[in-house]
Design a protein around this ligand. Structure first.
Ligand code: FAD
Length: 527
């Protein structure tokens, strides 16, 4: 008896040929509209700067931001530019040295432009990224970002995460109304269900309290503060092992490289003019020990033979050099408890597998949504009304965020090796489908790059891959065994994508306009 995910899969597969044709035509039209609109967005930011400052607000500070990573520092600059008095509390203001957040998708770069932060990728030896190269079993295919309709400056950017963050922190701190302070927030201050501020400790052990009508928590993937603000269901499907390759060239310059390796993908991309980041995915929550040499052995014996020959020597040299870092890959759907006086942003709020490099794009896109919602508000002091109004944030962000999140989770499963014949057929079908070029690569890469993150397009391409896989099995010589594998392929594809969509929220993702919060108007306008 087929389960309900399988039935949904069969339904989608049956509809797909018809709808896909319509969708491709529609996608092209809307793509042109959105690209033409982007320069206007840039202008509106410049002219609106400083508009929202409440001249008669009672407190010293309008907004407290906890954490000045990617989300916190971009948000501090954005709200500061809109005239808010912002107090940022960051645990460590020195330059971070991490293996996360190093490739910003072009969709994220467009958001950076919208926020007026595009100069933060300048002077840090950031590299332009123009697309991906996908490798499987000795074959490879190039998947360029569809950038033709954008300004020549628009592309992905890859860099040292710490350098990017420092640039954003400096830019935020250059505003007179933004105050950055080093300290660790230890708790949120709550009164009758409303968050009034935070309690924090400085490095020399002094303790302070800070108060503001709105506290935005951006304390990242290991957040200690999110517990009271959301229902965190964190999944850790794998870990990334990070290395830096030197003195070598990528086979495709200025491209991300994804190797569909066994047991799971390996990534390469430039992070400066002389360094290439390699991230090796290791399934599960435990990685071989770095200290006792197991990791080096694993990288040399299991991973190295699957690395493109052009990178092999540099890979071995990087392993021998020994600067091996690891990081858990977490995913967590957004499940907020709307709380007066507080909001979560960035990884503290929502995470997805980093395979597709979507985290910073989602964080920056969320900041644009929030900024637009807050802009007309003069006063943030009525926490309950503000909280009700900001419920629309959770719906307005969904189509973009959920598309990027779902793609990341689904692609990670499809790109990982499996002993199941149906899963390995799906993996091969995905590689071959993307290799077809034209709309078959442009659609998925538009989703991944954040240039056109539309939920329906995601579902259609996902099932188009599944149908393509079934077609390859049945044409030209169908057999009962091949038909059975095809049926299991559809079932397995459904079992991958529908649970992720369910966790994201079907209604908010596909029908946001039916959610009442979508239409909330700013409280000041209601008055
Ligand atoms: C291995 C890996 C690779 C990734 N690669 C990419 C990629 O290529 N592209 C991409 O877009 N995304 C990538 N991501 C995701 C991306 O890194 C995150 O989405 C992004 O960094 C989220 O920004 P954030 O501001 O929420 O968190 P962070 O950038 O982690 O910032 C959190 C900040 O809060 C501070 N902080 C924490 N606790 C406290 C406290 N109690 N008090 C005060 N301050 C505090 C921290 O010091 C830190 O500065 C990757 C993730 C992983 C795990």
């Amino acid at each position: 008896m087929p389960d309900h995910y399988t039935l949904c899969g069969i339904f989608f597969s049956a509809l797909i040929a018809l709808v896909a044709l319509y969708n491709f035509v529609f996608a092209r039209k809307s793509h042109i509209v959105s690209s033409a609109a982007s320069p206007q967005c840039m202008n509106s930011i410049t002219t609106a700067s400083g508009e929202c400052r409440s001249p008669d607000s009672s407190g010293e500070v309008d907004v407290i931001i906890v954490g000045a990573g990617v989300a916190g520092s971009a948000l501090a600059h954005t709200l500061g530019k809109d005239g808010r008095r912002v107090h940022v509390i960051e645990r460590d203001l020195s330059e971070p040295d991490r293996i996360v957040g190093e490739l910003l998708q072009p969709g994220g770069y467009l958001k950076l432009i919208e926020l007026g932060l595009e100069d933060c990728v300048k002077e840090i030896d950031a590299q332009q990224v123009f697309g991906y190269a996908l490798y499987k079993d000795g074959e490879n295919t190039r998947l360029p970002y569809p950038l033709e309709k954008f300004h020549s400056d628009v592309s992905g950017r890859s860099f040292h995460n710490g350098r990017f963050i420092q640039r954003m922190r400096e830019k935020a701190a250059s505003l007179p109304n933004v105050h950055l302070k080093e300290g660790t927030v230890t708790s949120l201050l709550e009164e009758n269900g409303t968050i009034k501020g935070v309690h924090y400790k400085t490095k020399d052990g002094q303790e302070f309290s800070a108060y503001a009508p709105l506290t935005i928590v951006c304390d990242g993937c290991f957040s200690n503060l999110r517990r009271s603000l959301c229902n965190p269901k964190v999944d850790v499907p794998s870990c990334f092992v990070g290395l830096i390759l030197e003195n070598c060239e990528l086979p495709y310059a200025n491209h991300g490289h994804v190797i569909l390796a066994d047991p799971s993908p390996i990534l390469f991309y430039p992070i400066s003019s002389t360094e290439i980041r390699c991230l090796v995915d290791v399934p599960g929550q435990k990685v071989p020990s770095v200290s006792n040499g197991e990791m080096s052995k694993y990288l040399k014996t299991v991973v190295a033979p699957q690395v493109p020959s052009e990178l092999y020597e540099a890979f071995i040299a990087a392993v021998d050099k020994g600067n091996i870092r690891t990081m858990p890959n977490r995913s967590m759907p957004a499940a907020p408890y709307p709380t007066p006086g507080a909001l979560l942003m960035g990884d503290a709020f929502n995470m997805r597998h980093p395979l597709t490099g979507g985290g910073m794009t989602v964080a920056l896109s969320d900041i644009v949504v929030l900024r637009n919602l807050l802009k007309p508000l003069r006063d943030l002091n009525d926490s309950h009304t503000l909280c009700k109004y900001l419920e629309s944030f959770y719906t307005l962000r969904k189509p973009v965020a959920a598309t990027i999140n779902t793609l990341a989770g689904a692609l990670y499963k499809v790109f990982s090796a499996s002993p199941d014949k149906a899963r390995s057929e799906m993996r091969q079908a995905c590689f071959d489908y993307l290799s077809l070029g034209g709309v078959f690569s442009e659609g998925p890469i538009s989703l991944l790059s954040g240039l056109n993150p539309r939920p329906l397009s995601l579902v259609l391409h996902f099932f188009a891959v599944a149908i393509y896989g079934v077609g390859r099995l049945l044409i030209p010589f169908p057999s009962p065994n091949r038909a059975w594998i095809g049926a299991r392929l559809i079932s397995s594809a459904s079992g991958i994508i529908f649970p992720i969509i369910k966790a994201e929220g079907v209604r908010q993702m596909f029908f946001p306009a039916t959610v009442p919060a979508y239409y909330r108007t700013p409280p000041s306008k209601q008055e």
